[in-house]
Design a protein around this ligand. Structure first.
Ligand code: GAR
Length: 202
């Protein structure tokens, strides 16, 4: 069973999709052992508690510098024997030092079809504002591995979503979450779990 940690900063609807996928059986070979937030008031923490998942809050502002914050975060993940780190609305970029400690062990969900509308500065609603401003007719979501380049790691899964003429950033965000993110993030976790167990068996 793949031991998963989910890193969050906000509402946690993607975390909820992962929890629900464990219940429904879409995720069979992985289990969320830990939810870590960098924001004390993140509603995602309530979702984790409701599902009896261990939680932790690790805030940058409680440390003297970013390196010490990242050390605390990586210590926590190692202590909990985490095999896969899932960034699900984790609104901060991790340094190359951190990412290189966990090669091919960190994945992220991004609310656009990478390489469109991604990289530094493209997060949350800003992604959908940019898509509407450009006038694209199709957008979507991407699950990808995290490397030292923001939104630059290998793509694992993508799903397209239609953009409508009447969309606001908020309406588009909701459609991308419902039709794409909440579907592909759990499926990507199960896929990685299956691939990992194949590797350990052979
Ligand atoms: C999601 O749309 C996620 O794709 C996005 O933030 C939202 C978090 O929602 N992440 C990024 O923009 C990262 N670059 P949630 O807290 O309800 O899962």
């Amino acid at each position: 069973m793949l031991r998963v940690a989910v890193l969050v900063s906000g509402g946690g609807t993607n975390l909820q999709a992962i929890i629900d996928a464990q219940t429904s059986g879409v995720i069979k070979d992985a289990k969320v052992q830990l939810v870590v937030s960098n924001v004390l008031s993140a509603y995602a923490l309530e979702r984790a508690k409701n599902a009896n998942i261990k939680t932790a809050v690790v805030r940058k502002k409680d440390f003297e510098n970013v390196a010490l914050w990242e050390n605390a975060l990586s210590d926590l993940l190692i202590e909990n024997k985490i095999d896969l780190i899932v960034l699900a609305g984790f609104m901060t970029i991790l340094s190359a030092d951190f990412v290189n400690k966990f090669p091919e062990k960190i994945i992220n969900v991004h609310p656009a079809l990478i390489p469109s509308f991604c990289g530094e500065g493209f997060y949350g609603l800003k992604v959908h504002e940019a898509a509407l401003e450009k006038g694209v007719k199709i957008t979507g979501a991407t699950v990808h591995y995290v490397n030292e380049i923001a939104d630059g790691g290998k793509i694992i899964m993508q799903k397209a979503v239609e953009v409508k003429d009447t969309d606001t950033p908020e309406i588009l965000q909701k459609r991308v979450m419902q039709q794409a993110e909440w579907d592909i993030l759990p499926r990507a976790i199960q896929l990685i779990a299956e691939q990992t167990s194949d590797k350990t068996e052979s």
